[in-house]
Design a protein around this ligand. Sequence first.
Ligand code: TYD
Length: 136
Amino acid sequence: MNKKPHIIQLPKITDPRGNLSVIEENNHIPFKVKRTYWIYDVPGGETRGGHAYRDNEEVIVALSGSFDVLLDDGKGEKYQFSLNRSYYGLFVPKGTWRELTNFSTNSLALILSSTEYSAEDYIRDYEQFRKEANNE
Ligand code: TYD
């Protein structure tokens, strides 16, 4: 299984009546979905995230509008993805520092998560994250 951040192309069933896309857990995405949340009404210039999860894995979809996702594995690999299609899912492995930024007006970010919410799973201090990523 590819455990680096990557875009998953989701099914897109085009139809003159309107298009349809779908996500099945453990099929189109590599985990069972324990939690779904969404980010919306983001004021211009705001950034969400700025933390990592120790165990939680995610798939992020720009259901509407666009935004950028900045990722960092703490070991020198950095990634930037611009999400602007509702049939692309961005897989974010556990142990990845992540920021969501450059939200367009009325953008809607859907996030599917592999774990239930746990405040203890968060690493909110970048230096702590870097140390854990490098087993220091
Ligand atoms: P947080 O994950 O820090 O937001 P973001 O990374 O998008 O900036 O969460 C913001 C607040 O919402 C925080 O107080 C915890 C709460 N929250 C939940 O209660 N359940 C959840 O599933 C999530 C993601 C957040």
